[in-house]
Design a protein around this ligand. Structure first.
Ligand SMILES: Cc1cc2nc3c(=O)[nH]c(=O)nc-3n(C[C@H](O)[C@H](O)[C@H](O)COP(=O)(O)OP(=O)(O)OC[C@H]3O[C@@H](n4cnc5c(N)ncnc54)[C@H](O)[C@@H]3O)c2cc1C
Length: 166
């Protein structure tokens, strides 16, 4: 990361970004051509290892691409606050973001689909929903087995923060 001072390594802050972002942009490669698709996600963080959970319909372009080439990259962001300045170069956007690379795995096992869908909804809504075989039979469930990720936070300039003192 070029601006090392903005890198986030605190595990609690990384979980906060994963909890708040709600939408990830999944980057795929179709025979050398990029394809990016926004999707909601759930996540599992175990021993520092991140897995994203995705769900979608049973057919569509992204599934055709994934069948040919399951590698992906992803990005998500939260706390996006545009700010102004006196001159154009003082304008900017505060944000927290997370991005990485991994491999997508289609999950076929019904009990695992139910488990993943439950986690997906917990991430999205903070609620514990119950699923059954019928409900998960109409969706495709995927895991992104994440190989590497980084997180970054660009805070508001000090003078714009509520706690600023001259
Ligand atoms: C905030 C947000 C959250 C979403 N969450 C999910 C989710 O959790 N699961 C899910 O399956 N889908 C989600 N979607 C919809 C998703 O972005 C795709 O539209 C959908 O999954 C179909 O993708 P596909 O590759 O199968 O496209 P297809 O329906 O097969 O269509 C292919 C073509 O349609 C166009 N297209 C597809 N998607 C979009 C788009 N979003 N915007 C503009 N053009 C598009 C592109 O040109 C693409 O090449 C979400 C969209 C948004 C904006």
């Amino acid at each position: 990361m070029t601006k090392r001072e903005l890198e986030v390594t605190d595990p609690a802050k990384i979980l906060e970004i994963l909890d708040k972002s709600k939408v990830t942009h999944i980057g795929l490669v179709d025979d050398g051509m990029p394809y990016i698709v926004p999707m909601n996600y759930g996540y599992i963080m175990e021993d520092g290892r991140l897995t994203l959970i995705l769900h979608c319909a049973v057919k569509g372009y992204k599934l055709e691409v994934i069948a040919k080439n399951p590698v992906c990259c992803f990005e998500m962001e939260c706390d996006v606050v545009p700010f102004e300045g006196r001159v154009p170069c003082q304008y900017g956007t505060a944000y927290s973001s997370l991005m990485g690379r991994g491999t997508i795995e289609i999950v076929e096992d019904v009990q695992e689909k139910i488990r993943l869908m439950t986690i997906f909804m917990k991430t999205q809504c903070g609620k514990d929903f119950e699923f059954n075989e019928k409900l998960v039979s109409i969706v495709t469930m995927m895991k992104v087995n994440v190989d590497e990720y980084t997180a970054k936070e660009r805070p508001l300039p000090a003078v714009l923060r509520a706690d600023y003192k001259e």
